[in-house]
Design a protein around this ligand. Sequence first.
Ligand code: MGD
Ligand code: MGD
Ligand code: SF4
Ligand code: MO
Length: 659
Amino acid sequence: MAITEVRGCCPHDCPDTCSWTATVEDGVVTGLRGNKDHPFTAGHLCIKVNHYEERVYHPDRLLTPLVRNGSKGSGSFREASWEEALGLVRDGLSRVIDRSGAESVLPFSYMGTQGVLQGASMDQRFFHRLGSAALDRNICLAAGGWAYAFTYPGFAATDPELIGQAEVAIAWGVNPFSTHLHFWPYFQAVKKNGGTLVTVDPFRTKTAAASDIHLQLRPGSDAALALGMMHVIFAEGLEDAEFLATSTDGADDLRARAAEWPPERASRATGLASEQIADVARLFARARPGFVKLGPGANHQPNAGQAFRAVLALPAVTGAWKYPGGGAHVHSADGFPDRGDAMTRPDLRRAPAERTVTMTGLGDALADGIDALVVYNSNPAVVCPDTNSVMRGLAREDLFTVVLELMPTDTMAYADVVLPATTQLEHLDVLWSWGHYYLSLNRPAIPPRGDTLPNTEIFRRLATAMGYGEPALHEDDGTLLATYLAECTDEQRAALDAVGYVKMPVVTAPGARVQLRSDTLAEIAGVDPLPQGEDAPTDADGLILITPKSHHFLNSQLVNHARLRKAAGSALALLAPADASEAGIVDGAPMVLSNEHGTLELDASVSDSVLEGTVVVLDNWWHRDVRRGPGVNALTGQTPADLGAAPVFTARVRISPAE
Ligand SMILES: Nc1nc2c(c(=O)[nH]1)N[C@H]1C(S)=C(S)[C@@H](COP(=O)(O)OP(=O)(O)OC[C@H]3O[C@@H](n4cnc5c(=O)[nH]c(N)nc54)[C@H](O)[C@@H]3O)O[C@H]1N2
Ligand SMILES: Nc1nc2c(c(=O)[nH]1)N[C@H]1C(S)=C(S)[C@@H](COP(=O)(O)OP(=O)(O)OC[C@H]3O[C@@H](n4cnc5c(=O)[nH]c(N)nc54)[C@H](O)[C@@H]3O)O[C@H]1N2
Ligand code: SF4
Ligand SMILES: [Mo]
């Protein structure tokens, strides 16, 4: 029997980008393990991925091109050859382009795979050449990402491997126990070394439960909490005056803004006690140093950009950046080669794109001039806000829809043509990380199963079908990889080649200054140049819905895996005992959640982990998993957050027992 071992890495949109080795016996992957030598992965994969081969050999796996032969949404398809399928795509796209112009074609993709090649290379080149509408890929961390970029231009996010040296670490709107598993030991190290762990989260997650202090604030009140803390820090002279003078701009303005937020005001806004706010402010300011990990979870609120700006100001005010392990981490994506234009080749576009669609606004776009949709690496029927409007769009008879997928999804059921894609064990790729600083190479372990093809090859073939002869549209994956690595050193390339990963240098630009006040941001985005908080609304009715991530699924992926479904249980709405009894809802009984966007029926789970006045529904479930209604995004809307046109995955909802 021929046994080989092939090094690669996890493709998922997860901050850990784990390094793995696949065991291949006679051309079949029989096992997968985390690489022990990788400092971050540390020899283990999470429960979701430790059997990734299940995904490759899953009975639902799409193995041939498909052509719809039933009504949209019926999920009825017949098999087709690549030649026929590509011909149909060419005809469908050409019809739309002739009728209403190339910008009525929308490519819709996100990070179904985080790979540079399979996620942002040949696909982009193809759509630039076609002249499609542009997509703002902003569904995850846009508000927080903007906030970091404008507050800390040129600053490298704190290296997570150092945070054990912090005296206080705050998990602010992040649940690493479930979502960033390999960060967890570093977080725990703070406690082991005698420091204090704080979690800021409306929900009592595993992370919160394992922390010394849990600040269970009202969702969306993070800016008020951070400004209340800064009020105390400035009032008690706990700021680092030297760091503020030498390394920041706008400190006096921020001090004046913080003065508007005595802890009593922050208390009314957050629902936390004033003393609690003051105590944690002192704790953080006196720590040598303090560290804040901010997660995407807190950036799905309407005022998330300003909230992140406020929270990010804390380690600057206290000078935490001066010490190893101190500072903040939103994401580390800026630490990797920026080869955007070389990879995506915007020069292939004949004229600048006049239309940009944000992922947040897909529902509206489908009702306004988008007549062809090419979906890959994304599952908009589940992940986009305002599901009902997205579904109305997907159901349009005159919308031509192509879906590149591994699995039958709620989106794929509406496709005219389905093109089967490869998994990470079947294609070449290179991955950056947003949680650490290791660049990873993924070598294919086995040839593509059935008729599946890598996204890159599908777009090369589509280019051929469309008659696009530009050489850039026909470069192979090896060439694309070389283009991505062109600015790496020989040593870095050699390390990638030898062990499959290499750590990138963690460097802050010389002379970089924290922008506590940002007039540039104010100008671009029309927000206050200073971080701004909000008081609790007095007129809002209903409960605040939040939609965090499941421990067992990865966004909308893996929900069709029996092993993980069994562990995850069923789709539930979690609510606090007081809210349940007030609404007459009983634990385990079906309940209805509704608002101006839609209605859902789910089984209730009454839990004291939930803050009174809030409801928690995990975002990962598929339409079929919900008692009635599509998924939880039936309750979210398309109005963007304050920065980055980012989505808002929270909403006000009314609750009642089901009839
Ligand atoms: N197991 C698992 N891991 C994942 C994923 C997954 O689906 N499953 N998805 C991956 C992806 S794409 C992402 S973006 C990350 C997300 O990683 P995280 O940000 O850690 O995950 P979330 O569960 O979305 O949100 C974290 C916490 O934010 C809290 N939260 C909600 N609203 C607020 C608020 O207004 N303020 C504060 N302070 N907290 C709030 C939620 O209650 C939740 O516990 O996880 C990645 N890893
Ligand atoms: N209510 C609510 N909604 C949310 C969130 C929330 O917290 N609450 N979180 C948001 C966040 S943070 C994110 S990142 C998004 C995630 O949104 P998406 O990126 O769309 O989610 P995924 O489920 O990770 O991936 C989508 C699809 O990509 C496919 N795929 C994987 N690999 C490949 C490949 O190599 N080729 C092709 N063609 N397809 C592939 C998978 O099978 C899957 O169906 O969801 C957002 N939606
Ligand atoms: S999903 Fe995240 S934690 Fe799990 S193996 Fe992949 S990168 Fe690692
Ligand atoms: Mo995300």
